[in-house]
Design a protein around this ligand. Structure first.
Ligand SMILES: NC(=O)c1ccc[n+]([C@@H]2O[C@H](COP(=O)([O-])OP(=O)(O)OC[C@H]3O[C@@H](n4cnc5c(N)ncnc54)[C@H](O)[C@@H]3O)[C@@H](O)[C@H]2O)c1
Length: 251
């Protein structure tokens, strides 16, 4: 049976990025009305070309997020049905020892990943509660579950915190018919940045990565898309507070 979202209101942060654009395409193809935001104007254009209504918004800016969510609810005439908190990433910051992490990179990475997830959920949940239904899907990371070989400290810390926020919101929001789950991808070649990261790894580091990954490959964007579609489905109404590793198997 096909997983359709006809008429559903789907909101996606970071909609112009590697994962974000594929989420847009997939939900549009399945009948949803898709709204997005991204901080990168080029990304916004790409997500618009994929069929979504997309605004330039910093998802870590709480006031801007309140306006973005209110605009979606007004345009759609309803609450958001499926919310995908996808904005974030390393923001070009390499891993470095803890004493060398700057205030600026700590604040920016925590804001784009954890702060954005909090801000968008806080703005969107009241209408979702009134509607008595909804799906929230947070994009964490393998770095949200264990130490990472490739990530900077603030990223690992923020992605772990997204796991905690997912569980705490799931506990609260179940009574309102809203499920809250997270997807924790391993390394997926989703963008020029992740391609650079993979290609910049030494042959030994690549080999070690593949040897410790049960399926012996890095991820593809659709591996993550499929996990998001699963949690977004009307058929997963009794699954909440779960963190799904999509990483080829590591433990
Ligand atoms: N690709 C991977 O290997 C991988 C693995 C684990 C988790 N993730 C997570 O998946 C999500 C998507 O990553 P991706 O691989 O598609 O990377 P990407 O860089 O292609 O996409 C991220 C998008 O988020 C946007 N963004 C960043 N900060 C923002 C902000 N403050 N407000 C609004 N938009 C913002 C960026 O402009 C970009 O378009 C991220 O949260 C990332 O941490 C990716």
């Amino acid at each position: 049976m096909e997983n359709r979202f006809d008429g559903d209101v789907v909101a996606i942060t970071g909609a112009g990025g590697g994962f974000g654009r594929r989420f847009v395409e997939e939900f549009i193809a399945r009948g949803a009305r898709v709204f997005g935001c991204d901080i990168d104007p080029d990304g916004v254009e790409r997500a618009r070309a994929a069929g979504a209504i997309v605004d330039v918004v910093d998802a870590g800016d709480r006031d801007a997020v309140v306006r973005w969510v209110a605009g979606i609810e007004a345009a759609a005439g309803s609450a958001i049905g499926v919310l995908i908190n996808n904005a974030g990433g390393h923001l070009g910051t390499p891993p470095r020892s803890i004493e060398n992490v700057s205030d600026g990179e700590w604040d920016a990475i925590v804001a784009a990943n954890l702060g954005a997830t909090f801000a968008v959920c806080r703005a969107a949940v009241p209408a979702m509660k009134r509607a008595g239904r909804g799906r929230i899907i947070n994009i964490s990371s393998g770095a949200g579950i264990a130490a990472s070989r490739t990530s900077p400290h603030p990223y690992t810390a923020a992605k772990h915190a997204i796991v905690g926020l997912t569980r705490q919101m799931a506990y609260e929001l179940g009574a309102f018919g809203i499920t809250v789950n997270a997807v924790a991808p391993g390394l997926v070649i989703s963008s020029a940045n992740t391609r650079k990261l993979w290609e910049g790894m030494s042959p030994d580091a690549k080999s070690a990565y593949l040897q410790t990954t049960f399926m012996r490959r890095v991820g593809e964007i659709d591996d993550v898309v499929n996990a998001v579609l699963f949690f977004a489905s009307a058929r997963t109404s009794w699954i909440s507070g779960q963190i799904l590793s999509v990483d080829g198997g590591t433990r």
